[in-house]
Design a binder for this molecule. Structure first.
Ligand code: PLP
Length: 429
């Protein structure tokens, strides 16, 4: 039955009684031998099915030449076919001339971008590998794979607190101002991973006006969820950062990334970077050593499938129709089971792929372990922090998209039971 009294107002006796009832529920779930997963930010099968039409755009009769006559089956076109730049440019809100189309993964592009700075340096500055110390700012909680890239290169990560309007900009400005060893910051500016927050106009403008001590400081602006809205009538808007940097007199300050991973097929989409002409020139000079050109047939497939930005937008509405009920189910369960007892807090995003849950301090690891023992896999506690270390042991990322709605509901029922048991243990300790 539904508990209506806050745990903080319960006596020890009442808490122990509540725990016994929850333990009985937990045992029942454990006996079901479940294998449910809320860890992975992956589209579900129905979402992938939405893009099957893309496979029909090309067949053995198709003309695989692009608009300028280039035969897409052959080598060449280092930076991507023009019509793909036009399409992805429209999606990223950038001009085609500011874009390079890569292969299938934007994370790959981010890795390359760090790697190039590490081995060869940015615009004549000392390669990062030759410096004693290189640091990156990491808004937290954030995306574990960003942190993994900088950790791999031995770059020291400095956490900066995220807020509903973006990273704590006072802190960002203060840190980059005098410390030349701070070379970059990881940003997911729209529907952030994991909170689903979008940067406010003021935050974007302050980013564009940053005056870092390091001349080779770059903002790594990962706009992975730029068009991933959940609701028709209500969406977040983000000021375009390249234009804003140009206006602020620092056109080279930002590298912007995006991909169609969660639009068409993760693993078989197309990825891109958008940045200033100066930055692009440097990137292309390196790229000639790396490849003769990326998969142009796939670029063509995307262009023929979508046509234009309107095509992408219409497609994203179909995604939203599938995943919106899943986000709503997660929120309903949290509201039903945790709000009355006053335990935890969570975000309510208008887009993206995640809901961020904050347990009482010191509880996240125990909750994730407990859920695992009842057959529910969550993202590892701590994963949303550099080095996997959440100083409060509080944040848990919920990924609602992959499981079926019924699996998700069951998994969330189990999750909230685990949260309540661990929270009571903490109160009784
Ligand atoms: N950036 C963010 C913020 C993500 O959440 C993800 C996937 O979860 C990626 C990038 C991965 O992008 P890609 O598939 O283009 O490598």
């Amino acid at each position: 039955e539904i508990q209506t009294k806050k745990y903080s107002e319960m006596t020890k006796q009442e808490l122990m009684q509540e725990k016994e009832a929850l333990k009985a529920q937990y045992k029942k779930y454990q006996g079901m031998g479940l294998n449910l997963n809320m860890a992975r930010g992956k589209p579900c099968r129905e979402q992938l099915d939405l893009s099957m039409g893309m496979m029909d755009t090309l067949n053995s009769d198709a003309d695989l030449s692009c608009e300028d006559g280039t035969d897409c089956r052959n080598y060449g076109v280092l930076d991507g076919i023009h019509e793909a730049k036009v399409l992805i440019g429209a999606m990223m809100e950038n001009k085609p001339e500011n874009i390079i189309i890569y292969g299938n993964s934007s994370l790959n592009v981010m890795y390359d971008t760090v790697s190039r700075a590490y081995t060869h340096g940015i615009m004549g500055n000392t390669p990062w590998c030759k410096l004693d110390k290189v640091k990156f700012l990491c808004p937290v909680p954030g995306y574990d794979r960003h942190f993994a890239i900088t950790e791999y290169f031995g770059i020291e990560m400095i956490p900066v607190q995220m807020t509903p309007t973006g990273p704590d900009m006072d802190e960002v400005e203060r840190l980059v101002k005098d410390d030349e060893s701070i070379k970059g910051i990881w940003c997911v500016p729209k529907y952030s991973n994991p909170q689903g927050y979008s940067y406010s106009d003021e935050t974007v403008r302050r980013f564009a006006r940053l005056r870092p001590a390091a001349r080779d400081f770059r903002i790594f602006w990962d706009n992975a969820y730029g068009v991933h809205h959940l609701y028709d009538g209500s969406q977040d808007y983000l000021i375009e950062i390249l234009e804003e940097c140009k206006k602020a007199g620092s056109p080279d300050l930002v590298y912007k990334f995006s991909s169609t991973s969660k639009i068409t097929f993760p693993g078989s989409g197309i990825a891109a970077i958008a940045t200033s002409l100066n930055n692009l020139e440097e990137i292309k000079a390196q790229l000639t050593y790396q490849t003769i050109g990326h998969d142009k047939v796939n670029q063509l497939r995307h262009v023929r499938f979508f046509g234009d930005l309107a095509g992408i937008k219409a497609h994203m509405k179909k995604h939203a129709a599938i995943i919106r009920p899943k986000f709503e189910a997660v929120l309903e369960t949290l509201e039903r089971d945790l709000e009355p007892v006053g335990i935890g807090s969570w975000t309510n995003p208008k887009g993206g792929y995640f809901i961020s849950f904050d347990a009482p301090d010191g509880c996240a690891k125990a909750i994730v372990d407990k859920a695992k023992k009842a057959g529910v896999t969550m993202t590892k506690a701590g994963a949303t922090y550099p080095y996997g270390k959440d100083p409060h042991d509080s944040n848990i990322r919920i990924a609602p998209t992959f499981p079926s709605l019924s699996d998700l509901k069951l998994a969330m029922d189990i999750f909230t039971v685990c949260v309540r048991i661990v929270a009571i243990d903490k109160l009784l300790a």
